[in-house]
Design a binder for this molecule. Structure first.
Ligand code: SAM
Length: 271
C-alpha cells in the first residue's frame, strides 16, 4: 500500500462532532501529526484510539513536513489534525499538503467541522458568494478595506477586539448587517444578529467571552453593482490600455478591496 496524507477535521468544541471516517483514519494512520499532542490525546482517548502522535505546528512545520513526506514515500499513512476544526483554515497544514502534492503523494481530505462554515450558515446572510478573511487585520486602513468587499465576509476575531472592530464597521456603515457567532457547538453557543451600530453598542463596554467568528454582510451594492462599479471602471481602463485582465484585476482588488474574482468575472461577462 502506498503512503498518503489524510487531512482530518476535528471538533470545534463538542467532542461528539467527529465523523466515523475521521476516527477510522486516526485509528489506521501510522502517524498522527497534530498541533498539540496533549489536546489531540483527549480526543483520541475519548474514542479509544491509540495513535502514534507527533507534533506539527507553526514552529516546526517545514522540518516536520520534510520528515513526514519521507515517511509517506516509504509507505506510511499520515493523518493530519489541528487543535480544532479543519487543518489549514487559519491552522497549520499548508506546508505539508503542498509538499505532498509536490512529491506526488495522494492527499485525502475528509469533511468535518469548521467554525467559519458553521458561522456563515448560522448568520442567515447570503452564502452563495462569500469571502474568508482569516483573522482580521489590525491596521485600520487594511481593516476598512477588508470590511468593504461586496460579498458576505467571514472572519475570525479575538473577543478582546470585537468591540473595536464593530465600531470601525459602524463608522463605515451603521446599517450593515453583522453576526457575532460565539462558542459554536459549546455549552454557551450564541449567535447574535443585528446592525453594525447595534452590535457595536452592545459590545462597546463588555467584550464577549470565548471564541468568536464575525460574519459581515457585503458592502452596499454587492458584486457587479455600485460598489464594484468604480473598481470595474478602473479595471476596464487598465485592460483597454493593454494590461493583462487577471493581473490588472489583482492590482485593482488590492487597491479597492473588491475581490479580484468578482472583478474578473464582471469584466469577462461584460456586466
Ligand atoms: N481551523 C479552525 C476551523 O476550521 O474552525 C480554525 C482555527 S483558528 C486558529 C481559531 C479561531 O477559529 C478562533 O480564534 C475563533 O475565531 C474560531 N473558532 C474556533 N472554534 C470556534 C467556536 N467553537 N466558536 C466560534 N469560533 C470558533
Amino acid at each position: 500500500m502506498t503512503g498518503r496524507l489524510v487531512v482530518c477535521p476535528t471538533p470545534i468544541g463538542n467532542l461528539e462532532d467527529v465523523t466515523l471516517r475521521v476516527l477510522a483514519a486516526l485509528r489506521e494512520a501510522d502517524v498522527v501529526a497534530c498541533e498539540d499532542t496533549r489536546r489531540t490525546r483527549v480526543l483520541l482517548d475519548r474514542y479509544g484510539v491509540k495513535g502514534h502522535l507527533v507534533s506539527y505546528h507553526e514552529h516546526n512545520e517545514r522540518a516536520r513536513a520534510r520528515e513526514l513526506v519521507k515517511r509517506m514515500l516509504g509507505g506510511a499513512v499520515v493523518a493530519l489534525v489541528s487543535d480544532a476544526g479543519t487543518p489549514l483554515v487559519s491552522d497549520p497544514g499548508f506546508v505539508l499538503v503542498r509538499e505532498c502534492v509536490a512529491a506526488g503523494l495522494a492527499v485525502e481530505v475528509l469533511p468535518g467541522p469548521s467554525a467559519a462554515l458553521s458561522a456563515l450558515v448560522a448568520s442567515a446572510l447570503p452564502a452563495d458568494r462569500w469571502t474568508f478573511a482569516g483573522f482580521l487585520p489590525r491596521k485600520r486602513a487594511e481593516l476598512e478595506r477588508t470590511l468593504s468587499g461586496p460579498d458576505t465576509l467571514v472572519a475570525f476575531e479575538s473577543p478582546r477586539r470585537v468591540g473595536a472592530t464593530l465600531a470601525v464597521l459602524a463608522e463605515l456603515d451603521p446599517e450593515r448587517p453583522v453576526v457575532v457567532a460565539r462558542e459554536l457547538t459549546k455549552v454557551h453557543e450564541e449567535v447574535v444578529r443585528g446592525s453594525a451600530a447595534e452590535l457595536a453598542g452592545r459590545y462597546a463596554s463588555e467584550a464577549p467571552r470565548g471564541e468568536i467568528v464575525l460574519v459581515v454582510g457585503g458592502a452596499p451594492g454587492g458584486a457587479g453593482s455600485d460598489a464594484t462599479g468604480p473598481a470595474l471602471d478602473a479595471l476596464r481602463r487598465l485592460v483597454d490600455a493593454g494590461a493583462k485582465p487577471r493581473a490588472a484585476a489583482g492590482v485593482v482588488a488590492e487597491l479597492t478591496g473588491v475581490p479580484a474574482n468578482a472583478l474578473y468575472k464582471a469584466l469577462t461577462s461584460g456586466s
